[in-house]
Design a protein around this ligand. Structure first.
Ligand SMILES: *[C@@H]1O[C@H](CO)[C@@H](O)[C@H](O)[C@H]1NC(C)=O
Length: 316
């Protein structure tokens, strides 16, 4: 299920720490927030009744202290890597965990293994749906407001960078697994539906105060061991194509949204268009698979992060 896939992807960032940038207060990043599925869940499912959890060995075998924290990974997850590349902190904790005020002030992850942009995806996996994650974000804001006051809460929210990483479960553990969506949609229309849902999610997050939203594309899911062809172990090209289709369509949508917002919304002044971050997706050595290492996971940005632009144009 969801947990198995997440184990396979390690995101190698090519970002420069923020400190090397031009450093205007406007571009300041003081918190990182992560929404998504098992690829980025650092342990929000630990106390949920779900198969998509990882608070036991061998998960965490390469994590500091060899501890299984609930990250569905042998080590850190992308939210940790991004937070540390931004110079915010080394680990991005799960909102469901034990947190101190400093954790709340510098960002948390709301991601839940098994989740997706399609609300149906989260039902069989009993994950927190994408809308559920937004509700949790709302709770977070209320909690922070109670602790530090509205002005400080608003500062944290506006200085945050937000990421969303979903879609793999929608394809693998929903569309290709259960008949319901296949009866309703052919593959291109289902991808359209996911893109629409992802855009709506992004817009809601934006309405809740997120100004800079990074969009993590779907990795080459046809190359995870569970999806490889019996016998030959070749990657499943249909699943990889579905992921690519989603990534190219969402890239266009993000460009469109950015273009619209430059006109309509002064918070996005500065004329930045959506930018492309490319990361290499590396397979875990557990299965010794190198084929998907050359593929890139893409991040697209809604909003303004101009000081990062230069360092992000190549694929690691
Ligand atoms: C996204 O929002 C639009 C406008 O509210 C709506 O028409 C559409 O059905 C939504 N898409 C999904 C997949 O829910």
């Amino acid at each position: 299920m969801a947990g198995h896939q997440a184990l396979l992807f390690v995101l190698l960032t090519v970002l420069q720490p923020y400190a090397s940038g031009a450093g205007a207060a406007k571009g300041k990043i003081s918190a990182v927030f992560m929404f998504g599925d098992s690829i980025v869940d650092p342990g929000n499912n630990n106390n949920r009744l779900t198969e998509a959890k990882a608070d036991f060995p061998p998960y965490g075998q390469d994590f500091p202290g060899g501890k299984a924290t609930g990250r569905l990974s042998n080590g850190r997850v992308p939210g940790d890597m991004l937070a540390s590349r931004f110079g915010v902190k080394d680990l991005l904790p799960p909102y469901a965990g034990d947190l101190e005020l400093t954790d709340l002030l510098t960002g948390v992850a709301f991601a839940s293994g098994g989740s997706g942009y399609d609300p149906f995806t989260s039902i069989p996996s009993t994950a927190t749906s994408n809308i559920g994650q937004l509700e949790t974000f709302f709770d977070y804001k209320e909690k922070l407001k109670d602790l530090v006051g509205e002005d400080e809460m608003t500062r944290v929210i506006s200085e945050g960078v937000y990421f969303t990483a979903m879609g793999a479960n929608d394809l693998l553990n929903n569309y290709f697994l259960f008949p319901l969506r296949r009866h309703q949609y052919d593959l291109p229309s289902y991808v359209e539906f996911l893109v629409s849902s992802a855009v709506n999610f992004t817009m809601k997050l934006n309405e809740m105060g997120a100004e800079r939203i990074g969009f993590i594309g779907i990795p080459p899911i046809g190359c995870v061991p569970s999806q490889r062809k019996q016998g030959s172990r070749e990657c499943d090209s249909l699943r990889n194509q579905a992921a690519e289709l989603f990534n190219s369509k969402i890239a266009k949508e993000i460009d469109r949204l950015n273009a619209e917002r430059n006109v309509q919304d002064t918070r996005f002044q500065g004329g930045n268009r959506g930018m492309l971050w490319k990361h290499s997706a590396k397979c875990s050595n557990i299965h010794s698979i190198s084929a998907c290492m050359s593929k890139c996971v893409r991040l697209y940005f809604l909003g303004q992060l101009s000081s990062y632009r230069k360092s992000l144009q190549h694929c690691g």
